[in-house]
Design a protein around this ligand. Structure first.
Ligand code: GLU
Length: 494
């Protein structure tokens, strides 16, 4: 079998949508499983939708996500470069190639020049709508004389080139996810292949490029399913081998509508900014529309590469569930090395003024202890800042009445006195202190269990629940613990 080759072919309209990242991910998983290649091609022939800087952003998002391509467009030293033997991989740089292939279709009589003005086309469309028929080009120029057309072009007339769609012919293809699909060509427009600005349309460029780049599997969202028969007509017009088609179910929101920017974050960069882990985002996205045989939910990239199959991609929409993503991300955070999570968290802590840049080197172990105390409790990294403010305010505020009442219990003053006595005997909190303190307090005061732990937690944090007590004591250190005890004694115990 020839080498498996897949492509991800975004249009540079601004950012990578998470639905598109899933498409790229499936390309990547399948190509890597089969020892093939996955390429990144930029489809920028719609000049009206072009956004400056979009290509760079998109390449960066894919790289961040770890969905690494083998060929196509890359960034090196901040510059866009292209690698691979089938380039250029940016469609606007391939215009001479499209020219060659459109000439071939004209020669073969499979495409024709069209001089219809926009006004005429609009009028035809309006009339068709009034008659209740599906608007389609009325084939006005289909049988015009080619030599005459060529002299009109020489004279400077504006024109497009259209596909001569065969009449009344069934086009059948098998989609690896959606199954067999048949459509009659009478329902297909004589679509434009070359626009008045000389640029190819998506349909034409995509077929020429997929052929020349030796793509074996075309994977894309199912909004393109209706385009596939048109593209097959083009393959047939050229006499080219038709690739496998795989149309993926749309990524939906909880209301089963297409996931769009209006409802919140949809750009990969949004998730990057919030501190999702790339491997977790990929893990979760892979599961929106696919599941491994054993329904395992937490998977590494390598496990997904091994287990992925288009046979197990569902036919209909997968729902993007933020709670589930948060859970998956949380699982990956817990599995991660503490140093990695600490490094990822540092920019957020600096941003919120919890730490300074100088602290990063000077007090790295302390920062690490802060992160350790919440690693088990966060869903994404930026959430850390909400969970750690307890470490930075010595004026304790009980989080609710229950916490406030707990401090008023009879044994609390004795407990605080005992804790103060112990802590005054040490220079600084260390592991030994942390490991023994509750045993010592219990022996000295006779207070135990919930009556020992709960008030201590509230005195130190104001909260009934939260990070592990050992971590809290370590992060706060001697002076902060003393300040908190004194604050509580002065203000909250009567
Ligand atoms: N350029 C199209 C897009 O932006 C790609 C469609 C395809 O993969 O054929 O989604």
């Amino acid at each position: 079998m020839s080498e498996v080759r897949l492509r991800f072919a975004p249009s540079p309209t601004g950012y990578v949508h998470i639905g598109s990242l899933r498409t790229a991910l499936y390309d990547y998983l399948f190509a890597n499983q089969k020892g093939g290649k996955y390429i990144l091609r930029i489809e920028d022939t719609d000049r009206s939708r072009y956004v400056e800087g979009a290509v760079e952003n998109m390449v960066q998002s894919l790289l961040w996500a770890g969905v690494k391509h083998d060929e196509g467009v890359f960034i090196e030293d901040g510059k866009l470069i292209q690698k691979g033997e089938y380039g250029p991989y940016i469609q606007s740089e391939r215009l001479d190639i499209y020219k060659k292939y459109i000439d071939e279709l004209i020669q073969k009589g499979k495409a024709y020049y069209c001089f219809c003005s926009k006004e005429r086309l609009d009028k035809v469309r309006e009339e068709q709508k009034e008659q209740g028929v599906t608007p389609m080009y009325d084939k006005y120029c289909r049988n015009s004389d080619k030599t005459e057309a060529e002299s009109r072009i020489k004279a400077g007339e504006e024109y497009t080139i259209r596909l001569r769609v065969p009449e009344n012919k069934d086009i059948t293809f098998e989609d690896l996810v959606k199954g067999n699909i048949t459509i009659n060509t009478d329902e297909i427009d004589d679509q434009v292949l070359i626009k008045t600005d000389g640029f190819p349309t998506y349909h034409f460029a995509v077929v020429v490029d997929d052929y020349l780049m030796k793509i074996t599997h075309v994977v894309r969202g199912d909004e393109w399913l209706v385009s596939t028969p048109k593209q097959i007509i083009l393959y047939q017009a050229f006499g080219w081998k038709i690739p496998e088609f795989i149309h993926l179910p749309t990524v939906l929101n909880k209301d089963k509508k297409k996931l769009s920017k209006r409802q919140g974050d949809v750009a990969v960069s949004d998730f990057q900014k919030k501190g999702y882990l790339p491997e977790a985002l990929c893990n979760y996205l892979a599961l929106v529309g696919w599941s491994p045989e054993d329904n395992q939910e937490i998977l590494t990239m390598d496990e997904m590469v091994k287990q992925f199959s288009f046979n197990r991609v569902s036919k209909t929409g997968g729902v993007f569930d933020l709670d589930k993503l948060n859970w998956v991300n949380g699982q990956h955070i817990r599995k991660s090395d503490l140093d990695r999570i600490t490094k990822l968290a540092i920019p957020y802590l600096i941003d919120k003024n919890y730490i300074t840049k100088e602290d990063v080197n000077k007090r790295y172990d302390w920062i690490k202890a802060i992160i350790a105390s919440v690693q088990e409790k966060i869903s994404y990294i930026s959430e850390i800042t909400d969970k750690i403010d307890i470490f930075f305010k010595n004026e304790i505020v009980p989080e609710n009445d229950e916490a406030g009442e707990m401090l008023k219990k009879e044994q609390v003053p004795d407990l605080l006195q005992a804790l103060k006595n112990e802590i005054l005997q040490i220079d600084e909190v260390d592991d030994e202190f942390v490991n023994n303190i509750f045993k010592v307090l219990k022996n000295k005061t006779g207070i135990k269990g919930k009556n020992l732990f709960m008030p201590t937690r509230i005195v130190l944090t104001g909260q009934l629940h939260g990070p592990d007590m050992g971590n809290i004591i370590k992060v706060l250190g001697k002076q902060n613990i003393l300040k908190r005890i004194e604050y509580v004694e002065r203000n909250l115990i009567k």
